[in-house]
Design a protein around this ligand. Structure first.
Ligand SMILES: Cc1cc2nc3c(=O)[nH]c(=O)nc-3n(C[C@H](O)[C@H](O)[C@H](O)COP(=O)(O)O)c2cc1C
Length: 146
């Protein structure tokens, strides 16, 4: 059985609801899943023991990219998470009316790649209210690549 960790940072609940949907899809597929709010996670060795790590953050800020507050410490210490050679999938909510649409997703993807993670699929960028059908399709595509 594959084992996944889903870590999310969410201020108004959108990225949290996406994380919950990802969990449901993975469990339906027979995976074992741990879901953690970024506010409650210790980054040291966070990814150890997991086949796939899902990292999710919404984007904040106006003229620069800001990750969701709770995700910032994880991002800053991501090198301690144990992502090298680990399969990673990145997701997040944003709003395309901002200059840096889902900039947090791009930043996490880039840093994970530099740390040697194996990025699965195209990262999921959600514009506005999450469409859970899209989330399900994306999660199933990630599972197929894992
Ligand atoms: C002050 C403010 C700044 C924002 N900045 C961005 C941004 O730079 N890029 C983006 O894609 N979305 C931006 N957003 C939109 C949020 O990311 C979006 O509302 C998202 O769904 C929030 O997800 P969460 O509930 O998981 O925190 C901003 C929203 C606010 C209120």
């Amino acid at each position: 059985m594959s084992k996944a960790l889903v870590v999310y940072g969410s201020t108004t609940g959108n990225t949290e609801s996406v994380a919950d949907n990802i969990e449901n899809v993975l469990k339906k597929g027979g995976w074992s899943v741990d879901v953690m709010d970024a506010a409650d996670v210790s980054v040291d060795g966070m990814a150890d023991g997991y086949d796939v790590v899902f990292l999710g953050s919404s984007t904040w800020g106006d003229d620069s990219i800001e990750l969701q507050d709770d995700f910032v410490p994880i991002f800053d210490d991501l090198d301690k998470a144990g992502l090298k050679d680990r399969k990673v999938a990145v997701f997040g909510c944003g709003d395309s009316s901002y200059e840096f649409f889902c900039g947090a997703v791009d930043a996490i993807e880039e840093k994970s790649g530099k740390l040697g993670a194996i990025l699965l699929g195209e990262s999921l960028k959600i514009d506005g209210d999450p469409d859970m059908g899209d989330v399900t399709t994306w999660t199933e595509a990630v599972m197929a690549q894992a």
